[in-house]
Write a protein that binds this ligand. Structure first.
Ligand code: ADP
Ligand code: MG
Length: 188
């Protein structure tokens, strides 16, 4: 079983409903178990030319899952969910109903024609780091360090959306059922 971090984004359509439906679809994938999810954040669209206030704003969130899928299998499944939400691919970094990126997969480094993990821009994007930290306060970006430190370095320009987490997680990401100090494992 591996742990994967998926970033969700949308700037067209009913963004909040799309993110919630996508999170549910991810959690329901065969070989995937939900671990934790963030609340949503909102931020200005970033295009290849930089921030663009004339574009619809983005909603972003992060989900953490445990999975038996290999990284490319998981990415293929994420693309299937994007397609189910009417995603088209005309312009790189263009407007989209749904974008699902594989941010991290355990502490593995992967670099193939179709998949780079950790996601190369995750450490510079407050709209990834802020919800990731919300889902998992102890999160670390492999090779880069604690997400809290990375977010402090880039500056958090996202706005928290006043809605519940994307799904009710069975346990928080950084608190395994058998905590090292036995706190959660102790009879109560
Ligand atoms: P972007 O998210 O950069 O706007 P797309 O979502 O259209 O662009 O993805 C472009 C390609 O990026 C995908 O076809 C996918 O194969 C590739 N890719 C490489 N690494 C990753 C990753 N970690 N997560 C998601 N897609 C990735
Ligand atoms: Mg993408």
């Amino acid at each position: 079983m591996s742990r994967a971090v998926v970033a969700l984004g949308a700037n067209l359509g009913d963004r909040g409903s799309t993110l919630r439906a996508a999170a549910e679809a991810i959690a329901a994938l065969p070989g995937v178990r939900p671990v934790a999810s963030s609340r949503e954040v909102e931020s200005v669209a970033v295009t290849l030319d930089g921030p663009d206030t004339s574009k619809p704003r983005y909603r972003n969130a992060v989900v953490v899952v445990d999975t038996e899928l290999e990284p490319q299998e998981l990415l293929d499944a994420l693309h299937g969910i994007e397609d189910d939400h009417g995603r088209t691919r005309e312009v790189r970094w263009g407007d989209r109903t749904l974008d699902l990126d594989l941010v991290a997969y355990d502490d593995r480094s992967i670099d193939t024609a179709t998949l780079t993990v950790p996601h190369p821009r995750a450490g510079e994007r407050a709209f990834v780091l802020a919800p990731w930290l919300d889902a998992d306060p102890d999160a670390e970006l492999p090779g880069a360090g604690p997400v809290a430190d990375l977010l402090a370095a880039v500056g958090d320009d996202t706005e928290r959306v006043d809605e519940p987490r994307l799904f009710d997680e069975p346990a928080r990401a950084s608190r395994p059922a058998t905590a090292p100090e036995g706190r959660l494992g102790a009879a109560s």
